[in-house]
Design a protein around this ligand. Structure first.
Ligand SMILES: CC(C)(COP(=O)(O)OP(=O)(O)OC[C@H]1O[C@@H](n2cnc3c(N)ncnc32)[C@H](O)[C@@H]1OP(=O)(O)O)[C@@H](O)C(=O)NCCC(=O)NCCS
Length: 199
């Protein structure tokens, strides 16, 4: 499975991606708001994560689709965006993601999410996508809002990420297909303008 955008290839992982995963996830600023990544993050964690993701791609009734985000210009994995908890019955799924710090604020997660959401709405035929972000995670909360997700509520003291052991409140967001379709031309234009500005 492969999705392609202007600057990115979203694909299944390869065992050789471990160095790029390690480079991204050894940074506590990347993992402090993620649920399962440990800190310090080591080679065995990166290799284990890839193995775990490869397994998900092989499942018969797949509910998780971890796309590795390869930057075409550098042939390098700069992050991961995962569709998870996909339910055929409820026509719903969630997403989670990270980008290596050197690549933040260049529109990469926006670009990846545009492709992944299109895949979820059009190929998996979901009617709603959900996501969450720790209350303190400014970047992630900003990303959800910029993508048109609507705030649905907060669970208090909901999560303890492995990396820090700190307790976090978590905001929850949802995006319905009809809102997504309505916003899509605007989102695409905004991203294209950003890419042109960054050139
Ligand atoms: C959250 C994260 C994936 C965003 O990735 P990114 O590629 O830098 O995001 P983009 O450049 O596509 O920006 C998306 C939007 O969020 C905004 N944004 C991103 N980082 C921000 C920050 N630190 N502060 C405020 N706004 C921010 C951007 O301005 C943009 O909004 P705009 O389109 O209105 O300009 C990245 O910061 C990250 O990997 N963080 C650590 C891991 C993490 O927290 N993952 C999410 C767990 S819920």
């Amino acid at each position: 499975m492969k999705l392609e955008t202007k600057r990115l290839i979203l694909r299944e992982p390869k065992p050789s991606d471990w160095k790029d995963v390690l480079e991204g996830c050894k940074d506590i600023e990347v993992t402090r708001y993620l649920g399962t990544a440990p800190h310090p993050y080591r080679e065995k964690d990166a290799r284990g994560f890839i193995k775990h993701c490869l397994k998900k791609w092989k499942e018969k009734n797949q509910t998780s689709f971890p796309f590795f985000i390869e930057l075409k210009s550098e042939k390098k994995v700069i992050g991961v965006i995962e569709i998870l908890n996909y339910s055929k019955q409820h026509k719903i799924c969630e997403t989670g993601s990270w980008i290596s710090k050197d690549y933040w604020r260049k529109g990469y997660i926006t670009e990846a999410k545009l492709a992944v959401n299109e895949f979820a709405f059009n190929k998996l035929k979901v009617r709603k996508m959900e996501t969450g972000a720790y209350e303190k995670n400014t970047a992630s909360n900003a990303t959800q809002k910029a993508m048109g997700y609507k705030y649905e509520g907060t669970k208090l003291k909901h999560h303890i990420p492995k990396s820090t052991g700190k307790i976090h409140d978590k905001h929850f967001y949802g995006l319905f297909k009809e809102d997504w379709k309505r916003n899509l031309p605007k989102l695409k234009k905004k991203l294209n303008d950003k890419i042109n500005r960054l050139k």
